[in-house]
Design a protein around this ligand. Structure first.
Ligand code: SDX
Length: 402
């Protein structure tokens, strides 16, 4: 209607797809992947097994898992097709270079691998050949996510890329490729490898968050999956979304000490500061992942020692959770305090959003595959607006204007 001001509430209450992949109940604090509670998967499953579950809808048999793992790991361990991209990239210190260079080059990876396929859409036919072609790209993208991330990291340091030995887990191979502690012959600690695998599993999917919506919005024009994933990375990087794990640490560092927390919280209440790591568009009681993050942190700190920011984080949690301002707004800790674990493990701060993007490639692909195979084919996403601009008026030549 005329004059109706629509404050852009960012799809506050809009469902654009029906999906069988991930279920979230924001009031009850429930998260399930294909019906399996996240709490069970975090204890009993692995990131790569959960990746299979998210993409194909069922827990794999031993044989299915072995084939999937072999397909993915072959891409994770070869870097020739990725290396060609990095010769063209110059790295600077700006944190954006890590994420954009690691992932924004994905589109050219597709061109590199499938020069003849550019502009064609192979994936919506639903026949065995197009599904096999789709799955081949899925294996390659999941495998390459670790390789691209590790290459971006090491090239920024001026270090050569190392090809990981066979037989490591997906996360173990990633840690080996990263060797972020710079210890030659780096052997990932089993505790830290397990902890990162749990965090990758927690980050694998979260239904239609901003970056997944971006991937599907982009994919709805039938562009290749590499370009759609690149778009998702750009959206994920923002501090309101996947960039929050980095923003949490910068916030804790800026607060300085537990004694400064009350003053910081007052600034938040005056909207002078944002409380990163708190709040969620869907969860209005608690983010079930945050409890698993806390448990995982306890395991990691036994190996790495406690992070000096932990006291400030705990004080912030206690002050915010007992303050009417946050209680009234139903703000609780979300998954992004996992940044404390990444910091304790020694990852560089501007790499934290990349640690979100690597596992989230799985969720984006699971939704992409679901969209490509949806009954009735793919409809381009083209939302409407409520126009509140000027009514019709005639052009005035510039010399007649005041
Ligand atoms: C992720 O969507 C997903 O699923 C995302 C994710 C995934 O796995 O993909 O879960 C990952 O992105 C988690 C969120 C990470 N972001 C942060 O930690 C950044 C800090 N959080 C806020 O920016 C905010 O909470 C959002 C962006 C997460 C949610 O924003 P909304 O939905 O716009 O918040 P809301 O409508 O629930 O806010 C209600 C009120 C508002 O105040 P009033 O206008 O009613 O007075 O709470 C306020 C908000 O201003 N508020 C905050 C706040 N979050 C909301 N005030 C201070 N600090 C905050 N963190």
């Amino acid at each position: 209607e005329k004059g109706l001001r629509v404050a852009d509430k960012g799809f506050l209450n809009t469902a654009v797809i029906s999906s069988e992949i991930t279920y979230i109940d924001g009031e009850a604090g429930i998260l399930r992947y294909r019906g399996y509670p996240i709490e069970q998967l975090a204890v009993h499953s692995s990131f790569l097994e959960t990746a299979y579950l998210l993409i194909y809808g069922a827990l794999p048999s031993r044989k299915q898992y072995n084939i999937f793992e072999t397909e993915v790991m072959q891409h994770s361990m070869t870097h020739a097709d990725a290396e060609v991209l990095f010769r063209a990239f110059r790295y600077d210190a700006h944190p954006m270079s890590i994420l954009t260079s690691a992932f924004a080059s994905l589109g050219s990876m597709y061109a590199e691998a499938n020069p003849s396929l550019q502009g064609q859409n192979l994936y919506t036919k639903g026949d065995a050949a197009s599904i096999a072609a789709m799955d081949k790209q899925i294996y390659r993208l999941i495998g390459k996510a670790t390789t691209l991330a590790a290459m971006a990291y090491r090239i920024r340091q001026g270090r050569d890329f190392v090809v990981p030995p066979a037989g490591l887990s997906y996360t173990g191979s990633f840690l080996y490729q990263m060797d972020h502690l710079g210890e030659e012959d780096y052997v990932p600690s089993p505790v830290l490898e397990k902890a990162l695998d749990v965090l990758f599993l927690l980050h694998a999917d979260h239904e239609l968050n901003a970056s997944c919506t971006t991937v599907l919005q982009t994919a709805s024009s039938l562009v290749d999956p590499y370009s759609a994933i690149s778009a998702g990375c750009a959206s994920l990087y923002g501090p309101l979304h996947g960039g929050a794990n980095e923003a949490v640490i910068r916030m804790l560092i800026s607060i300085g000490s537990p004694d400064n927390v009350p003053a910081f919280v007052e600034q938040v209440k005056k909207r002078e500061k944002v409380l990163s790591g708190f709040g969620h568009r869907v969860y209005k009681t608690s983010d079930p992942r945050s409890f698993i993050v806390r448990k995982t942190a306890d395991e990691v700190f036994k190996v790495t020692g406690k992070d000096e920011l932990l006291e400030t984080a705990m004080r912030l949690h206690d002050v915010a959770m007992s303050d009417e301002y946050f209680i009234k707004r139903k703000l609780a800790p979300n998954v992004d305090f996992c940044g404390l674990i990444y910091r304790a493990m020694g990852f560089p701060l501007d790499f934290f959003p990349v640690l979100f993007a690597v596992p989230r490639v799985v969720g984006w692909l699971a939704h992409w595959r679901q969209m490509m195979l949806q009954p009735g084919g793919v409809k381009i996403w083209r939302p409407r607006q409520i126009y509140v601009g000027p009514t019709k008026r005639d052009y005035i030549p510039i010399d007649s204007r005041v």
